[in-house]
Write a protein that binds this ligand. Structure first.
Ligand SMILES: Cc1cc2nc3c(=O)[nH]c(=O)nc-3n(C[C@H](O)[C@H](O)[C@H](O)COP(=O)(O)OP(=O)(O)OC[C@H]3O[C@@H](n4cnc5c(N)ncnc54)[C@H](O)[C@@H]3O)c2cc1C
Length: 316
């Protein structure tokens, strides 16, 4: 029986819930190949994490204790030695800042192909995987020989799971901290902001289409007129125009308002991951082909600088 190795993601012992989607991607692959699913968990809180990911379809969980947060130099030797022991046909991790940190290094060290940011795949005689590029404007199909490493885009597989009967195997690895090139001292959570966008009933969300920071004035005045809370896409936060707690999406907050009004937002998959539970999505974008329109209930093709003042006037 061949093996599939899956690296579970957690932060200081708290499971990243997208790990279940990652496991389901591996389980789908194992059914096509007839492989056993082996899971690696490295770090702290291993008993709880093992219990959480003991789901149907998983064969063995390999636990390696380490009394410190994620570190590239910690993960690489553990994963490569587990890889040498299991000789997996495929190794899967999440396509997150952590997964994209260690997976390319493993691929390079073991000299096996890396298939990044995968959203779906088929397996017949070899794997045919799909990744999306340029804010999902382009789908690229990649076929690869095995063994290979896949990083799986969070949210691409369902997180549904049911409890299973799983073997727990302590995978002991002597950690030589002296060989580490750098140390992660601590992870700091952003301080909680005054606004909780996940509680808002009406969100006016602004994206890069706003052009300049000074144009936020129009956004806030329109939001006030219509009684909305202001949220944003990631580039607005990355530029420091709004605080992180206003960011919607995969690496921001998931929201579920009655109305989500997206203004100058293209609709990249990482943004859409945060707005799927909105009851009604209304979008304003000057590009009629913007992907945000594909999931909008109502769409206005036009210039936000003309439409927002007209909207505010209507409500004042
Ligand atoms: C690991 C990872 C995590 C990520 N997490 C997130 C996340 O949590 N949230 C998130 O949002 N993104 C996230 N991203 C980034 C994401 O891929 C996109 O780059 C981002 O969502 C694009 O933001 P945007 O739509 O504001 O900008 P753009 O894609 O640049 O779109 C701007 C839109 O504005 C429109 N526009 C321009 N001018 C006007 C005008 N005058 N009137 C009307 N429309 C106009 C344009 O037609 C365009 O569609 C993540 C990316 C990665 C790799």
């Amino acid at each position: 029986m061949s093996n599939i190795l899956i690296i579970i993601e957690h932060q200081n012992g708290i499971l990243n819930p997208d790990s279940f989607g990652l496991l389901n991607a591996g389980i789908q692959l194992s059914r096509s190949i007839g492989a056993d699913i082996h899971v690696s968990i490295i770090g702290q809180n291993l008993d709880t994490l093992s219990q959480e990911v003991s789901i149907k379809g998983v064969h063995t969980i390999h636990t390696t204790p380490a009394n410190q947060p994620y570190n590239h130099d910690l993960y690489i030797p553990i994963i490569t030695s587990l890889h040498a022991e299991l000789n997996p046909i495929f190794t899967l991790s999440l396509h997150t800042s952590t997964g994209t940190d260690y997976a390319p290094a493993i691929s390079s060290l073991l000299d096996i192909p890396l298939l990044p940011d995968i959203t779906r795949f088929d397996y017949t005689e070899q794997i045919e995987a799909v990744c999306e590029m340029y804010s999902s404007k382009l789908c690229v199909k990649i076929s690869s020989t095995s063994p290979a490493i896949l990083t799986i885009r969070p949210g691409s597989w369902s997180n549904d799971h049911s409890p299973g009967d799983v073997i727990i195997n302590p995978f002991v690895h002597v950690i030589d901290e002296k060989s580490f090139n750098f140390k992660v001292k601590k992870h700091e959570e952003s301080p909680p902001g005054e606004i909780d966008i996940s509680e808002a009933d009406l969100l006016l969300s602004v994206g890069r289409g706003i052009g300049e920071e000074s144009n936020l004035e129009l956004i806030f005045s329109t939001a006030e007129s219509i009684g909305a809370t202001v949220s944003s896409s990631r580039p607005i936060v990355d530029r420091g125009w709004l605080p992180k707690d206003r960011q919607v999406g995969q690496s921001g907050k998931k929201v579920s308002p009655s109305i989500y009004l997206a203004v100058g937002i293209s609709g990249a998959v990482q943004h859409l991951a945060g707005i799927k539970d909105s009851q009604v999505i209304i979008s304003i974008n000057k590009d009629p082909l913007a992907p945000i329109f594909d999931i909008s209930h109502y769409g206005i093709v036009g210039d936000l600088f003309e439409i927002l003042p007209a909207l505010a006037k209507e409500f004042s």
